[in-house]
Design a protein around this ligand. Structure first.
Ligand code: NAD
Length: 260
């Protein structure tokens, strides 16, 4: 029960990594305020949370929604913890084919949202004597082959924003770290291709198989693998860790396993 008495904000918890993390935080004693644009998934999570998870409809690209999410956590006595995680695939184009509107939308969703989350949660955490923040970046922050250009640049921005925020906020006893998932089986890829139903399930299975073939630990990454890392970074077990990024990628970034 590492999070007994803590109030945590989680964004993008209606699905995938955010959902697994919200459930684990609640299972370890936290009260969770979860913000997502998916009202149906948010309500389902809250129902599963046994009274410990509160859903608040939130678009992380809207500053007023983030302010309201923080206020909801304040009403519950927090926030002590923040997981900036909401995201989607973003603009799919090489740099010589981007359009500015698509580029800006991707940055708003994946990078500015994280800055705004920190901007508005940090003063509330400071008033409580400190806190911990984790931001979801990606292996795409490091490697060119993992995702489209706009997404990868935004995630690289999240990685450096994490360092800057760690430096800025240490004086308020707020730690800020990033998690860099490899390929994790969630709906993010199918959503980017607008696939649903059984086609989506088939695509998810094919992506999981291809990803696990490319990494030394030959199994698909699970949302729970990321949730475990996020909860470590949010917990007092990581009390001397700030400004770091934790790769959770089955070894993808060290290259494929060879048979010799
Ligand atoms: P997912 O699609 O399962 O979950 C993403 C959630 O974010 C959804 O519930 C969605 O409704 C929500 N969301 C999207 N836009 C939003 C907005 N404007 N406001 C509020 N909520 C919004 O995907 P996931 O894989 O769990 O992705 C979570 C995070 O992990 C994302 O930031 C993603 O970029 C990152 N990530 C995922 C992988 C992977 O392999 N799945 C790898 C690296 C990084």
């Amino acid at each position: 029960m590492r999070f007994e008495g803590k109030v945590a904000i989680v964004t993008g918890g209606a699905s995938g990594i955010g959902r697994a993390t919200a459930l684990r935080l609640a299972a370890e004693g936290a009260t969770v305020v979860m913000g997502d644009i998916d009202a149906e998934g948010g309500a389902a999570l809250a129902a599963e949370g046994g009274g410990r998870i509160h859903f608040r409809p939130t678009d992380v690209t809207a500053e007023a929604d983030i302010v309201a999410l923080v206020a909801a956590a304040q009403e519950l006595g927090g926030p002590h913890l923040l997981f900036n995680n909401a995201g989607a695939g973003g603009l799919r184009a090489p740099i010589d084919e981007i359009d500015l509107a698509g580029w800006d939308r991707t940055m708003a969703l994946l990078l500015s949202s994280v800055a705004l989350g920190i901007r508005h949660a940090a003063p509330a955490m400071t008033a409580l004597g400190g806190g911990a923040i984790v931001n979801t970046a990606s292996v795409a922050a490091l490697a060119a082959g993992a995702a489209p250009t706009a997404y990868s640049v935004a995630k690289a921005g999240v990685r450096h924003l994490t360092r800057m925020a760690a430096a800025d906020l240490a004086r308020h006893r707020i730690r800020v770290n990033a998690v860099l998932p490899g390929f994790i089986t969630t709906n993010i890829f199918a959503s980017a291709m607008e696939l649903t139903g059984t086609v989506r399930d088939t695509a998810n299975a094919m992506i999981a198989q291809a990803a696990s073939n490319a990494q030394p630990i030959r199994r698909a990454g699970r949302a729970e693998d990321i949730a475990a890392a996020v909860c470590f970074l949010l917990s007092d077990d990581a009390s001397f860790i700030t400004g770091t990024d934790l790769l959770v990628d089955g070894g993808l970034s060290v290259g494929p396993r060879h048979s010799w």
